[in-house]
Structure formats: C-alpha cells, structure tokens
Ligand binder design. Structure first.
Ligand SMILES: [Zn+2]
Ligand SMILES: [Zn+2]
Length: 341
C-alpha cells in the first residue's frame, strides 16, 4: 500500500517534506482486529508535536494520523463488531490495557500503557490501517467522510475539555486559540449552553472574524481586555504566554483547562510573569486535558450527529500531506484540515 512515513524527528522551520511517500506491506487483521481502507484522515497539531519530537513516535518509521475515517475491508477471525463495508472511524486512543487502576475507573486516557494512533501504532496517513475492533467507532450517517474526520480528535477532545471546565448554563466561556478544536467547541457550546456568552482569543484577524461568524460575542487578542471576565477558559494554543494571559481574564473560582498535548518551548519564559495575586489567587483552577477515552468519542459523535455539528473542513489530497502540515504549522487556519484519498 501507499503510505506517508516519518523516518526521523525534524524541525519544520527547515524541513519542508517531513513525510516520505513510500510503498509498504499491507497490514493484516488478526484476532479481533479490523482492516480499514482509509477514505480520509484529519490533520492535527499533534502531528507537528510528533514530527518535531515533543511527543515522538515510539518507533520509526511511523505512519502518523489519528482522525481516520474508512471502510472495513477485512476482519480478523475473532472480530464480530463490524462487517466488510461498514464505515468506521479511529481516534487518538489506539489501545489501553483495560486492567490498571485508571482503566477500571473509566479513565483509560490516563492508562500507563496508553498507545496513541499514529504515534505508537500505524495511523491514517496511508491506504490501510488496522485496529482492535473495540477501538473503532461507527460513524453517524449525517456526516460525510471528510466532515467526520476532525470530529474524531478536534471535536472529541474539545468535548472532553468542555466537560472538564464544568461550565454551567449562563456562565461565560472563553476559547484561547481558534483552530480545528476551538471552532468545534464554539459550535457545541452554543448548543449545550445557549444562555452562555462565548468569547474568543485568537492571534489572526481572520480567526477573530471567523469566530464572530460562528457566534462569539467578542473576539480579540489574548492581551486585549474583553468586555467580560470568563468563568472558564479552554486554551488550545501551543504557547505558554496564553496560560498567564488567560488566568488574568478568569473570574474568581474560574477554571482554565489546557487542551494541548505539549507546549512549544520558545516562549516558556513567559511563565516567569506569573503573579500569584493576579493570576492564581481567588480559587482559580488550572487543569490539563490528556488523551481521550472511547466514551468521549462515542458520546461526542452522538451529540454531534444530534445537533448536528458540521466542521468547516479544508481538504487536501493525500499526497499533499506535507503541504497541509506546513500550513497548519504556519497558522493558515480556517477550520480543520483533512487529507482525502
Ligand atoms: Zn489530534
Ligand atoms: Zn490501563
């Protein structure tokens, strides 16, 4: 099959083609695995973290991609959940042990043996991939293949972030960063919390304008002073300065939820500006979001179909994956990027 592989960590400032298009052996589904013929795969900021080594693949070469939509092509001898031709999706959680204290508590996202799709096992930047049938999802009919792809990470992890904010009806929610996840969180929040105001912090004027078209009551830079303080903020940016600035915009007892697998190091010194009295006192809370559970993905797909939430997608042909990644890196963001085969 054709696959795009990452052979080594590199710096995307200098390397313009981090992934190589090669021919590799087709995966074979055994046991309870299913083999998926891939139709679309979303492009996620986590791929940049993998390529640049902030969360490196556990082996090389690696096929990246964890927002996979395709059709069951073959099933292992013990697989019975899906049949050939069924449309399925695969998300960031490729597997978890099922036995540890976290898995038993429904927190398989924190499992010490958590494996990420496209980081610890071959993912969706290829013609085929295989996965255990328990870690695949039926895709609701409402969505096209390309629309479904970003729901599997940007949408589902955005949903987990929103749950962790413990937002109440009528409270003000702020979104810091307005990429693929931010725009989906805005859409789901408008549905779940119609009485809440949503404000958006984004760097580019294009993103700020996009946020307003989707229903944000205010948008601007994180260093601006918005007309409302927030009860909860979700930070999806790769930078540290946003943490400090966001805390300034929180009300007493406000919650800052950081939805980022890694922060980039270049502005880490911004944290030296953290001032206990202005930023943390008054019972403000900070929490990160780590990975995702199957329940988050399943709950979110049902919610998204019910609303329905259709992501704004920008489609790239499979062979233009390097292009899509560089566009994501350099912030030419409008909605979610998806590779199509
Ligand atoms: Zn992702
Ligand atoms: Zn476990």
């Amino acid at each position: 099959m054709k696959a795009l592989i990452l052979e080594k960590i590199c710096d995307l400032l200098y390397e313009k083609s981090p992934l190589a298009l090669v021919e590799v052996d087709d995966p074979v589904a055994v046991g309870a695995e299913i083999l998926i013929k891939i139709s679309c795969c979303g492009v996620c900021h986590t791929e940049l973290d993998e390529i640049e080594g902030r969360t490196p693949p556990s082996e090389f070469p690696m096929i990246l991609g964890h927002q996979v939509v395709g059709y069951v092509d073959a099933t292992g001898e013990n697989a019975s959940r899906f049949k050939k031709g069924d449309r399925v999706g695969v998300a960031w959680i490729f597997s978890a042990c099922g036995n540890c204290e976290f898995c038993r508590k429904g927190m398989e996202n924190l499992c010490p043996e958590f494996r990420g799709t496209g980081r610890d096992a071959g993912g969706g930047y290829a013609e085929y991939m295989k996965v255990h049938e328990k870690f695949a999802y039926a895709i609701p009919e409402t969505f096209s293949d390309a629309e479904a792809a970003p729901l599997l990470c940007a949408g589902a992890i955005g949903y987990r972030s929103l749950k962790l904010t413990e937002l109440q009806q009528g409270e003000t929610l702020a979104l810091a960063g307005f990429g693929a996840s931010g725009h989906l969180v805005l859409k789901m929040s408008r549905h779940l919390f119609p009485d809440s105001k949503i404000i958006v912090f984004a760097r580019s004027e294009e993103e700020q304008a996009f946020a307003k078209t989707l229903g944000a009551v205010w948008s601007g830079n994180v260093t601006d002073v918005p007309p409302y303080k927030a009860d909860a903020i979700i930070d999806t940016t790769p930078v540290w300065s946003t943490i400090v600035e966001s805390l300034r915009h929180l009300k007493p007892s406000g919650r800052l939820v950081i939805n980022a697998i890694r922060k980039e190091d270049k502005d880490k010194s911004a944290m030296l500006n953290l001032n206990y009295q202005d930023h943390l006192w008054m019972e403000k809370e900070i929490k990160s979001v780590a990975n995702i559970t199957r329940y988050d993905v399943e709950e979110f797909l049902a919610l998204a179909a019910n609303i329905p939430i259709k992501p704004e997608v920008e489609i790239y042909p499979f062979v233009k994956a390097n292009h899509a990644l560089l566009d994501l890196k350099h912030k030419h963001v409008k909605g979610a990027k998806v590779l199509r085969f």
